[in-house]
Design a protein around this ligand. Structure first.
Ligand SMILES: Cc1cc2nc3c(=O)[nH]c(=O)nc-3n(C[C@H](O)[C@H](O)[C@H](O)COP(=O)(O)OP(=O)(O)OC[C@H]3O[C@@H](n4cnc5c(N)ncnc54)[C@H](O)[C@@H]3O)c2cc1C
Length: 293
């Protein structure tokens, strides 16, 4: 059995307390939420923090709130909590599609939304989903709070906009204006139920009153898309009628512009094919939920 290297442990009581501990101990300190990514990395000695700052009892980081124009999801919300929130399923069904295919109940009971996006593993399902939904991240640091769009949050594999002395507070998902038809969906291909994605895609579509695409977000997971987004496919669809031909063209653009890597889950050509096909399917699913076409 592999064991982590020696580390100290402190429980933060508030955001302020967590930030003070981060400042005091510098980059050798790491926050721990669900621990489902950090602990395995520590066991493999890929991470060797000197201090773990446990944020599980920081009250400001919990809770889901839905207002007229956005969904606010605290960084410490567990996967299961997001899945259990019926209003999230109604307002942003893609999040429920994605949560249903993350690992198994053990991981979902403990793993957090904030830990998932801060881990920034290229196969993290919520990264693709939140990017497609154009969520924004509220981050707290020594200089106060700042907001970073998800498209700008991921700086590369395992790298995010959250600095070593900062903490992710919450994610906010914008909701379209009332009256506009909108829908979203997420699909994942994995080798076995509960596995990490071979490839996955999410789409969020909002239709204008004349039936054209007012806004579209397309996220790709594990498929080598820059910042988890298929920008070129989005640009092709925006302002168009979502015809089968337009959807097909978006699928082709998603496949062409992603840069997947070959690994034990499949070769590059297969992953490119998945990017195209999954993009077409989630667009059709999202449109069906929007009552479009
Ligand atoms: C067996 C297994 C299978 C899995 N399968 C999948 C899967 O199919 N799809 C998928 O998407 N995920 C999967 N996961 C990952 C799971 O979703 C984890 O919950 C997630 O990666 C990390 O969340 P966590 O709360 O455990 O984070 P932790 O492990 O506690 O932290 C991860 C990183 O985020 C940082 N961090 C945590 N919270 C904050 C915060 N508020 N502010 C700043 N930094 C923070 C930590 O310092 C650390 O660097 C799997 C995990 C396991 C163990």
């Amino acid at each position: 059995m592999q064991l982590p290297a020696h580390f100290e442990y402190q429980r933060a009581r508030s955001v302020e307390h967590a930030l003070a501990l981060l400042s005091r101990h510098g980059p050798e300190a790491r926050l721990i939420a669900g621990g489902h990514s950090l602990i395995p990395m520590m066991k493999l000695r890929l991470a060797q923090p000197e201090l773990l700052i446990d944020i599980n009892e920081v009250p400001e980081l919990g809770g889901i709130e839905i207002t007229e124009d956005e969904i606010r999801i605290g960084a410490l919300v567990r996967h299961t909590q997001l899945l259990d929130c019926a209003e999230v399923g109604r307002s942003a069904p893609m999040l429920h599609d994605a949560e249903r295919v993350i690992a198994d109940p053990l991981v979902r009971n403990r793993g957090t939304v904030g830990g998932s996006v801060c881990q920034a593993d290229p196969s993290e399902d919520l990264s693709g989903a939140f990017s497609a939904l154009r969520a924004v991240a509220d981050i707290a640091g020594p200089a106060g709070e700042r907001t970073v769009p998800m498209r700008g949050f991921f700086h590369g594999p395992y790298q995010t906009a959250v600095g070593p002395d900062e903490l992710l507070l919450r994610l906010r998902v914008p909701l379209p204006a009332p009256g506009l038809r909108t829908g979203s969906a997420y699909r994942k291909v994995s080798r076995r139920a509960g596995d990490w994605a071979v490839g996955a895609a999410g789409a969020a579509v909002t239709l204008a009153p004349d039936g054209t695409v007012a806004e579209v977000g397309i996220g790709l997971t594990a498929l080598g898309a820059r910042e988890f987004v298929a920008t070129e496919a989005e640009d092709l669809l925006r302002g168009q009628r979502p015809t089968p031909e337009a959807i097909d063209a978006a699928g082709r653009a998603a496949a062409q512009h992603c840069e997947p890597v070959a690994d034990q889950r499949g070769p590059v050509e297969y992953k490119r094919h998945l990017a195209g096909e999954l993009t077409r399917r989630v667009l059709r699913d999202a449109l069906a939920r929007a009552g479009g076409r």
